[in-house]
Design a protein around this ligand. Structure first.
Ligand code: EPU
Length: 435
């Protein structure tokens, strides 16, 4: 009913129940955070388990909405999945369907990676096209071309990719760019291809190594993962079996918490991480003026005093600077002592956080794939909205360092990739809560 005190011509904004994170900025964060397993390894290893036709166990699994969504998709294919104490038990003996519908794939792009294992196991697969998203077009041409080179017929029709092959045959496949998803789909299909497959210009990310280790534990023959050339010697499908794997630490979660020290002039230690996976960030954090200490084997401490120094930064495929930490670093550079330039080379539209940071007072101009960030004395708290997972993390970091109160919405993005996000910041002394 219309509020009588408001003239009828004025639109009344209905209060929403949308959850938000409320941050009161300005407290230096001090303390230690334990890092979870890497989302982007777990999701693909869940898909890889389809190949085993047996029981697999994935350890060190973060409790994330993406993991639950992928479990739903796998159950829909016939898998039995249990998630307890950060451990996933996946029984794929009952998998009897080779179709991943739009309902699932549209909610979780990573699930597109079931294409390779379904094709390998059933000689056919029907998987919904994931479509674009807030950060870019996200094409799948390299997945398609790779599978065709393995001998599959691949047709894209009515929003679905249909792939079938009476037999997959090893091939030498050069990727025009080192796509993670394409490397994974090709690797997962070629594990059972006849003969040898070589993926040239493969993605070299640590998550690819984790997936390859899991495949090898299942009886596959994959070598070279972590380099630009992955060699897969095909084995018969029925020789693959169940296996247990530990998930590597999430370098992006670790990076986000290390950056919190810079956002708040604090001292943050992350444990259970792998410093070798974070050298590009560590180098940039040092350049911004923070002190970085490494404690073998799995701990990094960052201490920040004063304002960050401006830097220039370009995102690159691993081992270059990760696109996923571009937005969080931008939140820090917004208050740097000078002007920084950030160039995004992986996605065509990954500066969605800029408009929101501007609402907090940031002086950022975007030209093409470059952003010019003129450091200001301080950000001021505002109502802001996450457009994707890492933009959401960036806004929380910005809020932690800002003067006053910030309200961050769009939390379903953050919950996709950060387990216990606010609780971990609370543990570091932040004034933060979710309502
Ligand atoms: N690309 C093509 N053709 C293809 C495949 C990719 O042009 O066939 C382009 C994409 O459009 C994009 C670039 O290549 O511009 C990189 O794509 P890539 O395939 O490497 O990315 P992805 O596998 O879809 C994963 C992560 C992303 C991360 C990127 C880059 C998962 C689930 N996602 O995506 O992480 O940004 O690699 O490192 O592993 C996230 O976690 O939310 C996230 C976006």
């Amino acid at each position: 009913m219309q509020n009588p005190s408001i003239p009828p011509s004025v639109t009344q904004v209905q209060p929403t129940n949308e959850p938000k994170i409320i941050v009161v900025g300005g407290r230096p964060l001090i303390g230690s955070v334990r890092i979870e397993g890497a989302k982007n390894a777990v999701l693909k290893m869940m898909a890889a388990a389809i190949l085993a036709n047996d029981v697999c166990v994935i350890k060190n699994v973060p409790d994330l909405s993406d993991v639950h969504m992928m479990s739903e998709l796998m159950r829909n294919l016939g898998a039995k999945i249990e998630f307890k104490n950060h451990e996933l038990t996946i029984d794929t003996r009952g998998v009897n369907d080779y179709e991943a519908s739009y309902e699932y794939v549209s909610k979780l792009r990573a699930s597109f990676v079931v294409l390779g294992p379904l094709l390998a196991r059933f000689n056919q697969a029907k998987v919904s096209l994931p479509g674009g998203c807030a950060i870019g077009e996200r094409r799948i041409d390299l997945h398609e071309r790779g599978l065709k080179m393995l001998g599959a017929d691949v047709v894209v029709e009515h929003g679905y990719v249909y792939a079938n092959a009476s037999e997959l045959v090893g091939a030498k496949i050069y990727l025009d760019r080192p796509s993670n998803g394409a490397t994974e789909n090709i690797m997962l299909a070629s594990v059972v291809a006849k003969g040898q497959t070589i993926i040239e210009n493969a993605a070299q990310d640590p998550e690819i190594v984790n997936i390859a280790d899991f495949l090898n534990a299942m009886g596959a023959k994959v070598s070279g993962a972590g380099t630009y050339q992955i060699v897969i010697d095909g084995v018969p499908l029925n020789e693959l079996h169940g296996a247990t794997i530990d998930t590597i630490p999430d370098r992006l979660e670790a990076g986000t918490f290390l950056l919190a020290a810079l956002a708040t002039t604090g001292e943050v230690e992350v444990t259970h991480c792998n410093p070798h996976h974070l050298y590009s960030l560590i180098s940039k954090i040092s350049e911004m003026g923070a002190e970085v200490s490494l404690y073998a084997p799995d701990t990094i401490k960052v201490t920040m005093q004063g304002k960050p120094k401006p830097i220039d930064l370009t995102t690159h495929p691993y081992p270059g600077f990760p696109t996923d930490l571009q937005a969080p670093v931008m939140a820090i550079l917004a208050t740097a002592d000078g002007t920084s330039i950030m160039t995004e080379t992986i996605y065509e539209n990954r500066f969605m956080q800029v408009g929101e940071l501007r609402r907090m007072g940031a002086d950022i101009t975007v030209k093409g794939n470059a952003a010019v960030i003129k450091g200001i004395p301080s950000l001021t708290g505002a109502e802001v909205k996450s457009s994707d997972l890492r933009a959401g993390a960036a806004l929380v970091l910005a809020g932690l360092g800002a003067e006053g109160i910030s309200e961050v919405t769009g939390l379903h993005h953050i919950d996709r990739g950060y387990d216990n996000f606010e609780a971990k910041f609370l543990g570091l002394g932040a004034n933060i809560r979710r309502i």
